[in-house]
Ligand binder design. Structure first.
Ligand SMILES: Cc1cc2nc3c(=O)[nH]c(=O)nc-3n(C[C@H](O)[C@H](O)[C@H](O)COP(=O)(O)OP(=O)(O)OC[C@H]3O[C@@H](n4cnc5c(N)ncnc54)[C@H](O)[C@@H]3O)c2cc1C
Length: 293
């Protein structure tokens, strides 16, 4: 008897993860499951736990580097209309974990709701954005979160207020739980002003980093307290350094971009090079922001 008996409609085998990440790199998932709602998700999680299967949840793959060998376990993908609904009710916005975050930002800006324009240009799913507490110099998503709905590895569904989410710099206490839905509170304001601010922040972001069409995962490393990871790497003369098809961006040293023919191992080798050089020169240990599967 297989762990996924009865779940054949939502379970595929040997699915290339390169098609599901911004990097476009990496091997296949042994199993790839797309539950059609919270109940099915809970059942998949219970089975993974019972059968002691390694599992991961995939958002839009904007912060993921999948190894060339792929992932020998179950990848759970929250995609499809069950996960992508968005509801605006005055200043309150409810969004499914699979909703596209940039589209949500655009919709709230157009509705004259302020807040998310501060996160202009950050790709990902709502679930991934909340899990990573994504943000930048104008703020992080945690500031706007009221409540999060989560599925735990034993299949229990719980709701947590923002205070119990442990939002910190690129960190939450989500742990092994899966975000299923998020409630945000935004600030009604002047639509044109919010739109202008959105455009300014978007332009500022992409003037200082690789273009949105470049294959990357955003910043590779977290900024160490009091330092900029990009500056530390730049100071080692590593802008433009290449391994195979991967390159430390000449525009922003905390980005590694994948060019034609790149392998995930090329990116991993550049990560090791940057870490070694920065450690040797400064004693600072760079911590990964990208998730490596
Ligand atoms: C061009 C570019 C620019 C970027 N700029 C920024 C930036 O300015 N600021 C910033 O913070 N990030 C930035 N990033 C990184 C990325 O946008 C964020 O980390 C985002 O949160 C990733 O969301 P995702 O849905 O793609 O998550 P994925 O990459 O799919 O997954 C990332 C992690 O979140 C987990 N996860 C995904 N969905 C869920 C869920 N529903 N429940 C629980 N865990 C989940 C995954 O298991 C994994 O551990 C950038 C990336 C790119 C490619």
């Amino acid at each position: 008897m297989s762990w996924c008996d009865g779940l054949e409609a939502i379970c595929k085998q040997s699915v290339p993860l390169s098609a599901h990440t911004w990097y476009g790199l990496g091997g296949p998932a042994r199993w790839f499951v797309t539950p059609r709602g919270e109940e099915e998700l809970a059942e998949v999680l219970r089975r993974c736990t019972r059968h002691e299967l390694a599992w991961r949840v995939l958002g839009h793959g904007a912060n993921l580097l999948v190894r060339d060998a792929g992932f020998d376990g179950v990848v759970i993908h929250l995609a499809g209309h069950e996960w992508e609904s968005v509801c605006l009710d005055g200043p309150l916005v409810t969004a499914g974990a699979g909703a596209d975050f940039p589209k949500l930002v655009k919709r709230t800006v157009e509705a004259g709701l302020g807040g998310l324009e501060n996160l202009a240009g950050i790709p990902g799913s709502v679930g991934g954005i909340v899990r990573m507490n994504a943000g930048g110099k104008y703020g992080s998503i945690g500031t706007y979160v009221q409540r999060v709905r989560l599925a735990s590895p034993d299949g229990r569904i719980e709701e947590r207020t923002a205070e119990r989410m442990g939002f910190a710099y690129r960190h939450t206490d989500v742990g092994r739980a899966v975000v299923t839905r998020v409630e945000l509170r935004l600030e009604p304001g002047d639509r044109d002003q919010i739109m202008q601010r959105f455009r300014r922040i978007w332009n500022e972001k992409y003037a200082s980093q690789p273009t949105v069409s470049a294959r990357s995962c955003g910043c590779i490393f977290k900024n160490p307290p009091g330092h900029s990871a990009g500056r530390l790497i730049d100071e080692q003369g590593l802008k433009g350094a290449c391994v195979g098809g991967a390159e430390i961006s000449p525009r922003h040293a905390n980005f590694i971009v994948a060019r034609e023919g790149a392998r995930a191992q090329d990116v991993l080798d550049l990560i090791a090079l940057a870490r070694d050089k920065v450690r040797a020169a400064t004693g600072i240990e760079l911590e990964l922001e990208v998730e490596v599967w």
